[in-house]
Design a protein around this ligand. Sequence first.
Ligand code: NAD
Ligand code: TYD
Length: 377
Amino acid sequence: MAGRNILITGGAGFIGSHVVRLFVNKYPDYKIICLDKLTYAGNLANLKDLEGRENYKFVKMDICDFEGVYQLMQDERIDGIIHLAAESHVDRSIKDPFTFARTNVMGTLSLLQAAKLYWESLPEGYEGKRFYHISTDEVYGALKMNHPEGIEPPFKTVASSEGHKAYGDDFFYETTKYNPHSPYSASKASSDHFVRAYHDTYGMPTIVTNCSNNYGPYQFPEKLIPLFINNIRHRKPLPVYGKGENVRDWLYVEDHARAIDLIFHEGKIAETYNIGGFNEWKNIDLIKVMIKTVDRILGNPEGHSLDLITYVTDRLGHDARYAIDSTKLQKELGWEPSLQFEEGIEKTVRWYLENQEWMDNVTSGDYLKYYDEMYNL
Ligand code: NAD
Ligand code: TYD
């Protein structure tokens, strides 16, 4: 597929920046247009190493700006879209659901409609085109914790060399009925439905993937892993919601980006693929691994930062357990996560500790000024 023009939305965010970097480096004959509104979660420092690259262009735009997106698609002759732009933090969605409906639902619809009008105006129509929507496992709701002590997982896992556990005997499959609980997951579920409706109604070549929790470099420090690494470093309290027993299924962000690359190129139109590493962790166990890793790297005695753990009021409607079955992706397209969790968490902790300037810019809000200086925005 030489010479493609690909629009990646939300490319200045956490996962998007890894996807943009992978595509710019791997496909020199593609033109990668990164579209991002640069909300609080978008940070051009995440893409600094790509500035000046010939096959890369950044455009500051809101996906809800239908006219702007439609014009951009025509100007850049876009033939593939990888859509990541979204409001992504559950706690924010509980406080401000409207912003989530606006961006995640109306923004996705605006993008779909712009793609429809542009692609249908071309002589070849939808041939060779692709609208790939990145979604989350949270649309499936929450799984039961019917094995609180954990059982042997039925799947090959990436978890750790010591083996790993599943905390229930059910998983999210591609066929699992949608049952979102938070305003965030409800807005993502709605956007997934619109994407599938554009395939079923207009024949648009769409693909949807639903991925588990990601971790790795460049994640905004409102999310559990970067927030806690930074707090441990600065000896600030670690606010554990409820009893810390909720389970999340963690995947290293570069493994997600590799899956996106594979599915964009080889995934079947109109299909859904679940992406995950069979890597379930109770929050409190994961927090203890982070404490141990940060303390070791900083030269603190073992257990030094355990006193920072602070149990706080639980999140409203806090989903008990997420666990993805990604067998379909592994069997049909041969994707496998590349990292064991121990390696991934070690790399991640080291990255945040070594990139304190990035963290300070984000936590102080200075990264917002960076745009003005770099792009005269
Ligand atoms: P993020 O919050 O780090 O980044 C989102 C990006 O979208 C930011 O750069 C932001 O500026 C941009 N954006 C927000 N509103 C916009 C708008 N109206 N117009 C244009 N740009 C806008 O999010 P993330 O964690 O990188 O997640 C990316 C995508 O992956 C989201 O769709 C999310 O639902 C999905 N996802 C995330 C995870 C995860 O664990 N983080 C897991 C599965 C799926
Ligand atoms: P988060 O990173 O916000 O991802 P998500 O809600 O999309 O799964 O949270 C991961 C888990 O950590 C979730 O169960 C909520 C919990 N959590 C805390 O206990 N304390 C915190 O300060 C945060 C941000 C999350």
